[in-house]
Design a protein around this ligand. Structure first.
Ligand SMILES: *[C@@H]1O[C@H](CO)[C@@H](O)[C@H](O)[C@H]1NC(C)=O
Ligand SMILES: *[C@@H]1O[C@H](CO)[C@@H](O)[C@H](O)[C@H]1NC(C)=O
Ligand SMILES: *[C@@H]1O[C@H](CO)[C@@H](O)[C@H](O)[C@H]1NC(C)=O
Ligand SMILES: *[C@@H]1O[C@H](CO)[C@@H](O)[C@H](O)[C@H]1NC(C)=O
Ligand SMILES: *[C@@H]1O[C@H](CO)[C@@H](O)[C@H](O)[C@H]1NC(C)=O
Ligand SMILES: *[C@@H]1O[C@H](CO)[C@@H](O)[C@H](O)[C@H]1NC(C)=O
Ligand SMILES: *[C@@H]1O[C@H](CO)[C@@H](O)[C@H](O)[C@H]1NC(C)=O
Ligand SMILES: *[C@@H]1O[C@H](CO)[C@@H](O)[C@H](O)[C@H]1NC(C)=O
Ligand SMILES: *[C@@H]1O[C@H](CO)[C@@H](O)[C@H](O)[C@H]1NC(C)=O
Ligand SMILES: *[C@@H]1O[C@H](CO)[C@@H](O)[C@H](O)[C@H]1NC(C)=O
Ligand SMILES: *[C@@H]1O[C@H](CO)[C@@H](O)[C@H](O)[C@H]1NC(C)=O
Length: 371
């Protein structure tokens, strides 16, 4: 009895010791790679879903996220999937207050007789303050008998846009450009909070069925879709494409100077408030020379420029050795850095980044004024 109890205790103890060992190891790793170790999630909250970092105000679990920013990590999928509502999130950007999500492609397909065999009009509805980024996305339709509509709401105002693409053969399709023959595109209006995509055709793809039985339409992150004469085939097996959403703090116009005075102001230490153009609410950014998560209670941390290998002109801890100047020692300052110059040298007053030899009084008697 006593023996087995003792063994259990020892087992428990060694487990504790093992955990302490791991903890210490992690601790030392964290202190040596400060830049990567800045906390992104609230204390005690998971900060990753698979290899995707989830930064606060997003978060996994109760009390780990701001209201409206919950993420569920689905580990049943092949690689863990981060879900915001039913939308798959593939990247977060705090700096631009953006998230990259995957969106279904709208399809409209016909058989040889011109009978509709498949049609889906995917829709997306975003709660404020989330909107479809107008600057980072395009609306694209692909097909040779294709009439694509993009309908949405900006506030309570209805908005419809779209484009038409028509062509007779694969050979006539514009190669490598989405310009109206085989592929058309249009801009996204700003502030869209929900949208549906609708696809129709004029002639049920009858005369072009051999090479193009389907029309496709989708909103896609600019640069993530390139049209070519292989696109028809590729879209056949592609389920979704990346799109950029915007978010913010607050659901209505909220000028920073007023937000800053309130109790519920969320921008933490060493960060500033920014009102994004044509978007509601405000976002937080680390001040120049600081890094980290401006929404996190720890706030933004000073960047030690002198420890970075390639911040000009401080290279590996020494200031540049420009012609006519002398190496100085890089010295980190809160939010910036400077050069400490050796005796007989003065820091260059133009950009403060190199050490210039002290000039003797000039022999032409003109007064040297340095600013
Ligand atoms: C994350 O994981 C996926 C698949 O597991 C991989 O393709 C991707 O390169 C990884 N990203 C990073 C930043 O490691
Ligand atoms: C997680 O993924 C599995 C497998 O794809 C799926 O069956 C399940 O519904 C997903 N769970 C959630 C919450 O989306
Ligand atoms: C579809 O095609 C068949 C012949 O294959 C035809 O009988 C039918 O009327 C067509 N139209 C519809 C709506 O099914
Ligand atoms: C889009 O928003 C408008 C206005 O709030 C609403 O009337 C409409 O039902 C919404 N549509 C969808 C698909 O959510
Ligand atoms: C597709 O485009 C490539 C070059 O961009 C061309 O070599 C090829 O012949 C084209 N294919 C068809 C079927 O037009
Ligand atoms: C801002 O950064 C400085 C270091 O540059 C640090 O001393 C200070 O504690 C930070 N302020 C807050 C509120 O985090
Ligand atoms: C903001 O919206 C207005 C009106 O919709 C538009 O004219 C203007 O170009 C937009 N500005 C930016 C930077 O998107
Ligand atoms: C700075 O240090 C890195 C790594 O130690 C080295 O690869 C690089 O060549 C150095 N650059 C200069 C200008 O000395
Ligand atoms: C100044 O820096 C250059 C390049 O970084 C290096 O080759 C040189 O030895 C340095 N001179 C002194 C005096 O430190
Ligand atoms: C700093 O000033 C020197 C001349 O004093 C110039 O050669 C150098 O390019 C400047 N560096 C930067 C980063 O502006
Ligand atoms: C006089 O000295 C000043 C400052 O050293 C210099 O800028 C200027 O070009 C000189 N003038 C002549 C005529 O040498």
């Amino acid at each position: 009895m006593a023996n087995s109890h003792e063994r259990m205790l020892i087992d428990q103890l060694s487990l504790v010791i093992l955990m302490v060992g791991v903890y210490v190891m992690l601790g030392s790793v964290i202190t040596t790679t400060v830049a990567q170790a800045l906390p992104q999630a609230l204390p005690g909250c998971p900060d990753k879903c698979g290899n995707l970092t989830i930064p606060y105000p997003f978060g996994i679990g109760a009390n780990c996220h701001r209201a409206g920013f919950p993420i569920i990590c689905n580990t049943s999928t092949e690689t863990p999937t981060a879900l915001w509502g039913n939308i798959i999130v593939t990247a977060f950007s705090l700096d631009e207050a953006e998230m990259q999500v995957l969106q279904y492609i709208a399809r409209d397909c016909y058989d040889k007789q011109g009978n509709n065999t498949y049609n889906n009009d995917p829709w997306l509805s975003l709660p404020p303050p989330f909107t479809i980024s107008d600057t980072k996305n395009k609306f694209i339709a692909v097909g040779c008998d294709t009439y694509a509509l993009f309908k949405g709401f900006r506030g309570e105002e209805r908005y419809i846009t779209g484009c038409i693409s028509s062509c007779d053969s694969l050979g006539s399709v514009d190669q490598d450009s989405c310009s109206g023959v085989g592929c058309c595109q249009t801009n996204i209006p700003s502030g869209m909070k929900n949208r549906t995509v609708e696809l129709t055709s004029y002639n049920n793809h009858l005369d072009i069925w051999g090479f193009n039985p389907c029309s496709y339409a989708f909103i896609v992150e600019e640069g993530e879709f390139k049209f070519s004469n292989k696109t028809f085939q590729q879209l056949d097996s592609l389920e979704n494409v990346p799109m950029i959403l915007n978010w913010a703090i607050g659901v209505e116009e909220d000028p920073c100077d007023e937000a800053q005075k309130r109790q519920d102001y969320v921008c933490k230490g060493n960060s500033t408030c920014v009102n994004p153009i044509n978007r509601s609410g405000y976002i937080c950014k680390c001040k120049e020379g600081y890094e980290g998560n401006p929404y996190h209670p720890n706030g933004c941390q000073d960047i030690d420029e002198c420890s970075l290998p390639n911040i000009n002109p401080c290279t590996n801890g020494t200031c540049s050795n420009l012609p006519g100047s002398h190496n100085g020692t890089c010295s980190n300052l809160p939010g910036s850095h400077t050069c400490l110059c050796p005796a007989g040298y003065t820091i260059d007053s133009v950009n403060g980044t190199s050490c210039l030899k002290n000039t003797p009084p000039s022999n032409n008697n003109s007064l040297k004024i340095s600013v």
